[in-house]
Design a protein around this ligand. Structure first.
Ligand code: ZN
Length: 288
């Protein structure tokens, strides 16, 4: 089985994914790359969602946690950057490539914080090991060694469990999977996501993020506000194209056959190709 296929399944189903990954995927090849964003704050890239790591006075606050086979490497990297104890772990949303290490980080002493919908959905699924210790509804502010961290709930977008984090003192925003940089996004319609909500949230954030901030996307490279603006425009264009076809009475099959103009081809990636992006848009916008 190809890595792309495995990655696809990985995100969709954790238990199934680990069985698959165990067979084919070589976790030892995954390296955790850290990029310094400002004093004591880093973006981590590896496998799964990007992480944000803030270190102060030998403690760390981390955002998301990738997958269990990477746990030791992540811990080692955080320690090398000065985070001897992980005080907080914050989940941007419910997907496994962000929360699968919750039990491990909890064991390591971290308090896990997430939106109340994440707890509700995980409870319904019976996944009690992954539950956050602390939840909030609209907004929560953490004072981490004098650094103010604002956790803001965003309504239905990528899922209905999404939060974004503002590190205003350090001019950094972490957007979780409300931002897939330079690629088509995944919108999880079965867990409260919404195509229109996704765009609306992005536009709201564009109006709120000050110029000069560094933006950590859930997937893809470190970005600027200008990048986010361009990327949102591309998504709006593609959604507009599909909407027009729906309005003209085309079926899903016909729309898939026509596809999108060639210039959007490089927005495809291993997880979301053009076909999948069209299907997400179609099934959401065609809802009566
Ligand atoms: Zn996600």
């Amino acid at each position: 089985m190809k890595t792309s296929k495995i990655f696809f399944l990985l995100i969709l189903s954790l238990s199934l994914a680990f069985m698959l990954v165990g067979e084919d995927f070589d976790w030892s090849k995954v390296e955790i790359k850290d990029t310094k964003l400002n004093e004591g704050i880093y973006m981590f890239e590896g496998m799964g969602g990007n992480m944000t790591v803030l270190c102060r006075d030998s403690e760390a606050l981390i955002v998301d946690g990738m997958f269990p086979p990477l746990f030791e490497k992540i811990i080692a990297k955080i320690e090398s950057l000065g985070g001897k104890k992980i005080k907080y772990m914050i989940n941007t949303h419910i997907h496994d490539d962000h929360i699968a290490n919750n039990p491990n980080f909890r064991k390591a002493g971290a308090q896990i914080i997430a939106h109340e919908n994440l707890k509700k959905r995980l409870t319904e699924k019976g996944r009690t090991d992954f539950l956050p210790d602390v939840t909030f509804k609209d907004e929560k502010v953490i004072d981490f060694h004098g650094i103010k961290v604002r956790l803001i709930y965003m309504p239905s977008g990528h899922t209905d469990t999404d939060i974004v984090l503002f590190f205003d003192d350090l001019k950094v925003v972490t957007m979780g999977d409300l931002y897939f940089a330079r690629r088509f996004p995944y919108i999880d319609l079965k867990q409260g996501g919404s195509v229109k909500g996704f765009i609306k949230n992005n536009e709201k954030l564009l109006s709120e993020i000050p110029d000069g901030y560094k933006i950590v996307p859930g997937h893809g490279p470190l970005s600027t506000k200008e990048d986010l603006k361009n990327d949102v425009n591309v998504l709006k264009e593609t959604i507009g194209i599909i909407q027009a076809k729906i309005d003209n009475g085309l079926s899903e099959e016909e729309i898939l056959k026509e596809g999108l103009p060639e210039k959007y081809k490089n927005w495809e990636w291993q997880f979301i190709n053009t076909e999948r992006w069209i299907k997400i848009i179609y099934s959401d916008l065609n809802k009566k």
